[in-house]
Design a protein around this ligand. Structure first.
Ligand SMILES: Nc1nc2c(c(=O)[nH]1)N[C@H]1C(S)=C(S)[C@@H](COP(=O)(O)OP(=O)(O)OC[C@H]3O[C@@H](n4cnc5c(=O)[nH]c(N)nc54)[C@H](O)[C@@H]3O)O[C@H]1N2
Ligand SMILES: Nc1nc2c(c(=O)[nH]1)N[C@H]1C(S)=C(S)[C@@H](COP(=O)(O)OP(=O)(O)OC[C@H]3O[C@@H](n4cnc5c(=O)[nH]c(N)nc54)[C@H](O)[C@@H]3O)O[C@H]1N2
Ligand code: SF4
Ligand SMILES: [Mo]
Length: 865
């Protein structure tokens, strides 16, 4: 790999975090620190969110991994040399394989890896390890929408149109997406449209909406069916489009006929009049977009739910019309490219299927092996984690780019499975909770220290560029894979460690596949070309495909497919023992498992600890108080965190972010029930109860130790002498599990919003005694209504409940700016609707100076190494 320029002028690259991949300009060096500016890139147009601004802080995290670590016979992780670390890993892999066969070694990848890394990881697993056991965290993220998209359109590209097209939308339906916190710069493209937001919580995004539908978690499919029902009955279909461009409408519509608005209201709690209003807003302009996020997808019926929303979009004639469409908001930095190049259990590069003989032959040809040398499909992510250390499951796991000890569902079980492994290897740049459990930890380079490509949520391939050299001992993931492969007897030239060389190979491997990158080169990208896949290598330079489906869908007959779906509800319903719906998601300040953002002072100060967001009445009924410690318990386990009261919450629902470790892990209560077709876990709904925890109680003050914990994590001093761990290995029993990080429950107040609300008796807000709303057992809200004809409903219809919530005037409480919860954008918020930031802007992070005016940005020379 060519040396990155050092010190550099300004280097044009992209934010390391989410799939929006905001354009940034970096400059600086290791001594003075890296500074970031937003670039005038089409998706972010000169804006960054709080995470983007502070991303350089992770480069210099105090506990950055700077040398390989290996667990010695005493159970401690200590510094070692690369040779020793890699020799140890290779030797133990060989020994395990000799005893148990190739599938005993598993690989877990991530949607944050560059295209080059994701590609090489898949190749490494299939050839160097010969294992079928590879999957990645995108299974937790994109798999349901991807499955639904492939079935409907014949191809899955999150947004089949550029983000900037949204500016011309008149209506945008955001189903289960909180973009104001998860992709704030995207809001700039939505400020002209009327927004419909479907979310059980009144999020910062819902605040901006013309219409907020606030369903019971896990009932979105019923809602989607209901919206289709209304479109049919009210004559709002695009009949001509349905006839010309689709198949399967009749069957889909037949099922929707059973979902009349009042029945939908009884199941979802969304008033019939709001359902009608939503369809009218969507159908009226014929320039509307239906976008789904994790809120509707992360369910055990997530694929069908995404399909339900695609059905609605098709019925209104939107996808491929050039003036509207359907899209899924892909999440991770390379969530799109990460699902195309072969780190998924059933997949080969170019979005090819591992079971398709022609695909196997093509990729085997590029790799110089026989098709039969490629293993078949393996387990999906949770199934893989669940099988670790079990009788027929893998005994070794290599993790690249994920922190499943925090982010996987049923986390206590997953942690136990990780602890039962004979060999756990984690490549990371920070000591994540998963890395702390490893036998060998490999320190790798970060975004601003490496070259590569990522594919953003709009299918555009982007260049990541190095601005500073990595710490002396850190190696790129590509180099690590190559070094390991060679030790496992592979020819070195099969594993190039130069990203450009890997990309050249990826081009060939993807040629002719659904995600065809063969016409894309580093040269074209570096020249500033805007290239969306598919971009085949044609004689005349192919311009890429910003908009898919304009003439035809990707099925052989060119037509889209309606899906025949029906609502079945979540895997687990509420009961008297677990009377609340527990849902999970994100806050602006933190990213995913928090491994990176919890290490950034500004972000950590914004949201220092986990919390449980709940309606004041629900809190009162549960005996918990604002800022008090409470426990959320499901049949799987409990998380502990402080309570935040929020009168806009559904009283039957609580919310917890999943960004925190230890006892504050929301995933201690989540359900591992998987969508049968995508393997997506139902992160977004579990049956739970809420209870107070006394401050002195075990687990009350600090996160409880995991049962397998044996030792504290002890970061070896960076210059500690290397210590040979030997190759005898450590038995699983001496490996420690995740050790507590400082601070999750350190007694800091959860934030200004709850403080503001504190002290208001619940009655004041709603003028109703809690009993009136809650005295009823949870049953009548759901089951009994299914299948009832429209008309007077027995028991208490949920209408009034949701009506009350939705009908609340946006008074002082609802009108509160989302800032305190979500953290302000640097600079004025993009829309006055959001209100001014709550106070002075947080101090800029160490490496950042005052943003430059836009003209200064234009003047910055671009560096293309
Ligand atoms: N700040 C921040 N931004 C991120 C990330 C991050 O970790 N932090 N991660 C990135 C990644 S990988 C992803 S996948 C995206 C995710 O982006 P989003 O999908 O926007 O994020 P979530 O907060 O997981 O879920 C969105 C909303 O779903 C709602 N929800 C919960 N249950 C239900 C339900 O049953 N039905 C409906 N309709 N809604 C429900 C939640 O209340 C939440 O507001 O964000 C990306 N951007
Ligand atoms: N309860 C609940 N759980 C959830 C979700 C939810 O909404 N609710 N959302 C799910 C979703 S959508 C997602 S995407 C997952 C994400 O959850 P995780 O897979 O845990 O994602 P991260 O926290 O981003 O973990 C990435 C890890 O890899 C490291 N890393 C980053 N880049 C690289 C790289 O290039 N190379 C290497 N070797 N390491 C790298 C980071 O430092 C970090 O430790 O969480 C899922 N879990
Ligand atoms: S929205 Fe924030 S996290 Fe996502 S790419 Fe932009 S700056 Fe980064
Ligand atoms: Mo995600």
């Amino acid at each position: 790999m060519s040396e990155p320029p050092f010190p550099t002028p300004r280097t044009r690259t992209h934010c390391p975090y989410c799939a929006l991949q905001c354009g940034t300009l970096l400059h600086g060096d290791r001594e003075t620190g890296v500074r970031v500016r937003p670039a005038d890139f089409p998706v972010n147009r000169g804006k960054l969110c709080q995470k983007g601004w502070t991303a350089p802080d992770v480069l210099t995290a105090a506990d950055r991994l700077t040398r390989p670590l290996s667990r010695g016979p005493d159970g401690r992780l200590t510094g070692t040399s690369w040779d020793t670390a890699l020799d140890t890993v290779a030797e133990r892999i060989r020994a395990l394989r000799a005893r148990h066969g190739p599938d005993t070694v598993a690989v877990f990848g991530g949607g944050g890896l560059t295209n080059e890394k994701a590609y090489l990881l898949g190749k490494f697993a299939r050839l160097a390890l010969g294992t079928s056991q590879i999957d990645y965290n995108g299974r937790f993220c994109m798999s349901s929408a991807a499955t639904a998209g492939n079935e409907a359109f014949g191809v899955d590209r999150g947004l089949p149109f550029p983000v900037a097209d949204l500016r011309d939308a008149r209506t945008v339906l955001l189903a289960g997406a909180n973009v104001a916190e998860t992709m704030p710069p995207l809001l700039q493209h939505l400020d002209r449209a009327e927004l419909i937001v479907i979310d059980p919580r009144r999020t910062a995004t819902a605040h901006r909406a013309t219409l907020h539908l606030q369903p019971v978690p896990g009932t979105d499919l019923a809602l989607a069916l209901g919206l289709l029902h209304i479109a049919v009955v009210d004559g709002l279909l695009d009949q001509d489009y349905i006839r010309r461009r689709t198949h399967g409408f009749e069957e889909a519509a037949r099922r929707a006929m059973a979902w009349w608005p009042e029945r939908v209201e009884s199941v979802t709690g969304v008033p019939a009049r709001d359902q009608r209003a939503a369809v009218r807003l969507l159908a009226r302009p014929r320039n509307a977009y239906v976008l789904t996020g994790r809120g509707v997808e992360q369910h055990s019926q997530g694929t069908d739910t995404a399909a339900g929303f695609i059905n609605l979009a098709l019925a209104l004639g939107l996808p491929g019309s050039g003036r509207g469409g359907y899209g899924c908001l892909t999440g991770q930095g390379n969530g799109q490219g990460g699902r195309e190049h072969g780190q998924k259990a059933d997949q080969l590069p170019g979005y090819r299927s591992l079971t398709d003989p022609a695909a196997r032959a093509h990729v085997a040809g590029v790799w110089g092996v026989a098709p039969d040398d490629l293993p078949g499909p393996g387990r999906s992510a949770y199934e893989l984690l669940d099988a670790l250390g079990a009788d027929h499951g893998p005994r070794a796991l290599l993790v690249f780019g994920s922190n499943p000890a925090v982010s996987a569902p049923h986390a206590a079980h997953v942690t136990e499975r990780l602890a039962s492994l004979e060999l756990l290897v984690v490549a990371d740049f920070v000591p994540s909770e998963t890395a702390r459990m490893a036998d060998v930890v490999l320190p790798v380079t970060q975004w601003a220290e490496e070259e590569g490509t990522l594919t953003s949520l709009e299918g555009r391939v982007l260049r990541r560029r190095a601005v500073i050299p990595p710490p002396a001992q850190a190696r790129s993931d590509l180099r690590v894979l190559r070094d390991l492969a060679v030790r496992l007897g592979q020819p070195p030239d099969r594993y190039p460690s130069d990203p450009r060389e890997v990309f050249e190979e990826l081009r060939a491997a993807s040629r002719g596949g659904r995600a065809d990158y063969s016409g894309i080169t580093y040269e074209r990208l570096d020249a500033g070309e805007c290239l969306h896949w598919p971009c085949p290598d044609t004689e005349e330079r192919h311009p890429g495909t910003p908009r898919l489906f304009l003439d035809r869908f990707a099925h052989p007959d060119g037509k889209a497919r309606f899906a025949a779906v029906d609502h079945r509800g979540p895997a687990e319903d509420i009961s008297s023992a677990y009377p609340l719906h527990g849902t999970t998601g994100r806050v602006l300040a933190h990213y995913q498992s928090g491994a990176q953002t919890r290490r950034v002072a500004e972000l950590s100060a914004a949201v220092p600890e986990p919390f449980i967001e709940v309606h004041p009445d629900t809190a009162a009924r549960s005996g918990v108080v604002d800022r008090g410690l409470a426990r959320v318990t499901s049949p799987r386990g409990s998380m502990t965190a402080r309570v935040r009261l929020d009168p806009t919450m559904r009283p039957d629902t609580l919310f917890a972010p999943f960004h925190f470790p230890g006892d504050g892990r929301a995933n201690l209560f989540t359900h591992p029930a998987l969508d049968p077709r995508s393997g997506m876990p139902g992160f977004k709904v579990s049956a739970v109860r809420l209870e107070p925890v006394s401050e002195g109680a075990p687990g009350g003050r600090r996160p409880a130790r995991s049962p397998t914990a044996s030792r504290e994590w002890e970061a070896p001093p960076p210059d500690a002498p290397g210590e040979s761990p030997g190759t005898s290995g450590t038995s699983a029993s001496t490996r420690h599990a995740e050790s507590p990080l400082p601070g999750p429950l350190s007694g800091l107040l959860p934030g200004p919003l709850s403080g503001l609300l504190l002290g208001l008796p619940p009655g004041l807000l709603f003028g109703l005694p809690p009993g009136l709303l809650f005295g009823l057992p949870p049953g009548p809200f759901l089951g009994p209504f299914l299948g009832l004809p429209p008309g007077p409903l027995p028991g208490l219809p949920p209408g009034p409940l949701s009506g009350l919530l939705l009908g609340l005037p946006p008074g002082p409480l609802l009108g509160l700016p989302p800032g305190p919860l979500s953290g302000p954008l640097p600079g004025p918020p993009p829309d006055p609707l959001l209100g001014p930031p709550p106070g002075p802007l947080p101090a800029p992070p160490s490496g950042r100076t005052t943003p430059l005016p836009a003209q200064a940005l234009d003047a910055m020379p671009e560096v293309t190494p």
